[in-house]
Design a protein around this ligand. Structure first.
Ligand code: ATP
Ligand code: FE2
Length: 327
């Protein structure tokens, strides 16, 4: 069985194609970009409309397939920006209707976790999901993926992008800050905000803005100190989730998981407690259609079915509201 997956929760329009053995056949990503790095929902949706057909065609060409070879269409139904999600759902419904293909709408956050389980040897990991808009610690317990901790305000990627904007270094902020941080030597003390299992970045961003304005600090040292602080916060709550759930695997996912320093800190923490840390190649960390295709297949094989008339979107549906039928 071959599934085509459509990702359109935010910036990215992505098409992935995968077979039921987990063989990756195509993964094409087309991102909406602005100079400032912000997102105007209507513009992002327009971008998705503009690139939809050519992205589908490119993915099919890369896989050496035609649309007739596709047995299942999967799309991101939740969570995300409504106007963006709607484009993916509409493309999925059109394909399903025209070609008489079954359709399935899935949860984007869980897709990050399932593609990680497929591409690494992780069996039952705690997921540290660190992306632009999302920052969550997720693990499987009692037939659901439970959120054990999360950001109380902005996502970690949005924090990095805003910090980069203040520093005037460009967009996307994460990789640029990583570059400056590697040259930083001096740790500047910053607010470290962990509340139980939750974390917060708002106060830290205000503090960094003041430090930039003061002109007393080197860009490199600020980037280094910011990274050390926020990643330590993530690693602390991840470690507590591992201990609480009695699990010994940590999986990194989301765009910020591309960061080598975060990967290194995760490996170090895991090593110290006899656990193992996993990360997937960058193209599967950022938002992508392949993970949507893979979760679609898992759910379909487990018997989940959606009527085409009911194949809608649910921008606010959370990870822990989905019943896991496929494990
Ligand atoms: P969502 O939050 O809906 O999952 P998104 O489009 O905001 O989607 P991703 O595509 O997962 O998120 O990731 C984008 C984020 O990852 C950006 O904020 C970017 O700055 C950050 N990022 C990318 N590479 C790195 C890196 N090397 N280090 C740190 N952050 C990075
Ligand atoms: Fe994502």
């Amino acid at each position: 069985m071959i599934c085509l997956g459509i990702e359109s929760t935010a910036h990215t329009f992505g098409i992935g194609i995968i077979d039921s053995n987990g063989k990756v056949l195509a993964n094409v990503i087309d991102g909406y970009k602005t100079k400032s790095g912000g997102i105007v929902p209507n513009k992002a949706a327009e971008h998705h409309v503009d690139v939809c057909d050519k992205t589908i065609k490119k993915a099919l060409d890369n896989a050496n397939l035609t649309i007739k070879d596709i047995d299942l269409i999967s799309y991101s139904a939740s969570p995300g920006i409504g106007t963006c999600l709607r484009i993916g759902a509409m493309a999925a419904r059109s394909l399903a209707l025209l070609h008489n293909t079954p359709i399935i709408g899935i949860n984007h956050c869980i897709a990050h976790l399932e593609i990680g389980r497929l591409l690494t040897n992780a069996k039952d990991p705690v997921l540290l999901y660190a992306s632009g808009a999302n920052t969550q610690i997720i693990a499987y317990e009692g037939e659901k993926y439970r959120v054990f901790g999360e950001t109380l305000d902005i996502g970690i990627g949005n924090f990095l992008d805003s910090f980069a904007r203040e520093l005037e270094v460009g967009f996307p902020g994460g990789p640029l800050i990583e570059k400056y941080a590697s040259k930083g030597k001096k740790y500047i003390e910053l607010p470290y905000v962990v509340k139980g299992m939750d974390i917060s970045f708002g106060g830290l961003l205000t503090n960094l803005k003041q430090k930039i304005k003061s002109g007393n600090h080197k860009k490199e040292d600020l980037c280094y100190s910011a990274q050390e602080t926020i990643f330590a916060m993530l690693i602390e709550v991840s470690e507590r989730a591992l201990a609480h759930c009695g699990k010994n695997e940590l999986l990194l996912g989301g765009g910020v998981a591309c960061n080598k320093r975060l990967q290194e800190m995760a490996e170090q923490m895991c090593k110290e407690r006899g656990a193992k840390s996993f990360a997937v190649p960058n193209q599967f960390n950022v938002d992508n259609g392949l993970m949507i295709a893979w979760l679609g297949l898992l759910q379909y094989k487990a018997g989940d079915r959606v009527n085409i008339e009911k194949a809608g979107i649910d921008p606010y549906r959370r990870t822990d509201q989905i019943k896991v039928t496929w494990r």
